[in-house]
Design a protein around this ligand. Structure first.
Ligand code: GAP
Length: 447
């Protein structure tokens, strides 16, 4: 993990937040390369969830959330971790992170009994700060999908089965944030809530598990690094009938990357008004505040149905960490030299190609390189960088380390015969192609 953290900082993927003031625990910033990698991962998810399907709509809802949403979702009551205080060194720990009843910081056994600690952040809304006008920072993106259920149906005329996808920030006041961006207090989720007819939920659940494993493999996560866990009944969230966790072999151990839950009819059943008018299978809190009927009509039977929900819920930051870990390699050569390589799938690479002029001060070469950059950039496949550092060897090493799939060199011969050299990141092989071929070559090799 240390090598990865150091690469992330050195090359501009991820920095500790507010570092100049000593930092804030459990919070990170994505630098120039990190933001590209993260956006590429999110775009790939959005594309597979929304664009490549015809049964999913997108949504981008507010982060500040009405307390009633999180009351009826069950979060106010149950979204807690057991907390233990060390009476000697005053540190706080999640009870399940304590080993042998000893404080992990000072080793004391002078610990309090575990007590529940709610993980939601609250903030004041409006000018009066007397505690009565507060909102929560959403702890998951899912809830506003449920509260927008009727809006989306009304504006799209959807029938079951269909889904609503959302990506964005979620906030949890984790007691012990740890392991770099694995467990943080502000993170991003990519969540799909897929609404189905009751009775078809188990089939859909299986389909989504399969689909999600395939997607992670397409992001470069090898099947051998993944474990699939059927979450034991005692560990299920209050809304879940069955959850399958996709676990990844992170540098610090095997932990959850994504959960795919069968949330039953709990969510829509919790947030609808007139709950008694419907057959709701799960145990919901009696709703005294909702002003909207959240149900969908079965066009064949005309019955109003509270749908079951299948939810694939993935963490963006955990995805970034898994992908970085999976693609990070040190290659050793026969002559004793070595290189650091980030073998990212090209669609995730922060920079798609680096255009390198052989001589940084030669106007003709630099102008030609800039022309090629513009042509490739106009294809809108991601960032193409004019790298005019003047040292080709160093540029190659830097681009291997940040995962740039190809480096294109413009030299004196390019001026004579309109050709360029393309170096492949993984094989290090170089080919000479004509500039006219460049857009096709670029497109073909980025897929
Ligand atoms: N809507 C369901 C839900 O939020 P979850 O298992 O609590 O379920 C889903 O979270 C995903 O969000 C996890 O699989 C993980 O990838 C990510 N996640 C949860 N807590 C996180 C944290 N503190 N830091 C980073 N990612 C987190």
């Amino acid at each position: 993990m240390d090598e990865l953290v150091s690469l992330c900082k050195r090359r501009g993927f991820i920095y500790q937040t507010n570092e100049i003031y000593g930092g804030l625990q459990g919070l990170y910033d994505y630098g120039p390369l990190g933001v590209e990698l993260k956006n590429n991962l999110k775009n790939s998810w959005w594309s597979s969830m929304v664009y490549e399907r015809d049964d999913v709509e997108g949504l981008d809802s507010s982060i500040l959330t009405h307390p009633n949403v999180l009351k009826y979702s069950g979060h106010e009551e149950t979204f807690t971790d057991p907390l233990v205080d060390c009476k000697d060194c005053k540190s706080r720990w999640r009870a399940d992170h304590i080993r042998d009843n000893l404080c992990p910081s000072c080793g004391s056994d002078n610990l309090t009994e575990p007590r529940p600690f709610n993980l939601m952040f609250k903030t004041n809304v409006g000018p009066v700060d007397d505690g009565s006008n507060f909102a929560y920072l959403r702890p998951e993106t899912a809830q506003q999908i449920f509260t927008n259920f009727k809006n989306v149906i009304d504006s799209t005329s959807r029938v079951l089965p269909f889904g609503i996808a959302q990506m964005g920030k979620a906030f949890r006041n984790e007691i012990t944030p740890r392991n770099f961006i694995f467990r943080v207090r502000e993170f991003e989720q990519m969540e799909l809530e897929f609404f189905v007819e009751p009775g078809t939920d188990e089939d859909w659940h299986e389909k989504w598990v399969k689909k999600r494993i395939e997607w992670w493999e397409n992001q470069g996560i090898s099947r051998e690094s993944i474990q699939i866990i059927d979450v034991p009944k005692k560990d299920l969230s209050h809304y879940s009938k069955k959850t399958i966790d996709i676990m990844y072999k992170f540098p610090h151990g095997v932990e959850e990357l994504e959960g795919i839950a069968n949330r039953t009819d709990f969510d829509i059943g919790s947030h609808t008004r007139h709950q008694k008018d419907f057959k709701i299978e799960s145990k919901v809190i009696e709703n005294e505040h909702s002003v909207t009927k959240l149900a969908i009509q079965n066009k064949k039977t005309n019955d109003w149905v509270i749908p079951f929900v299948i939810e694939p819920s993935a963490g963006v930051d955990r995805g970034v960490l898994a992908i970085l870990n999976e693609s990070y390699k040190i290659e050793k050569f026969d002559d004793g030299k070595e290189r650091t390589l980030l073998a990212l799938k090209p669609h995730l690479s922060p920079i798609k190609a680096a255009i390198i002029p052989l001589k940084r001060n030669n106007d003709e070469i630099v102008t030609k390189a800039l022309g090629i950059k513009r042509i490739l950039q106009d294809l809108k496949l991601g960032r193409v960088l004019l790298d005019n550092s003047g040292n080709i060897g160093k540029s190659y090493r830097r681009h291997d380390e940040i995962g740039t799939p190809m480096c294109i060199t413009v030299d004196f011969q390019s001026l004579d015969d309109d050709t360029i050299t393309v170096r492949d990141r993984d094989t290090m092989k170089q080919v000479r192609i004509s500039c006219k071929e460049a857009p096709n070559y670029f497109q073909k090799n980025l897929l």
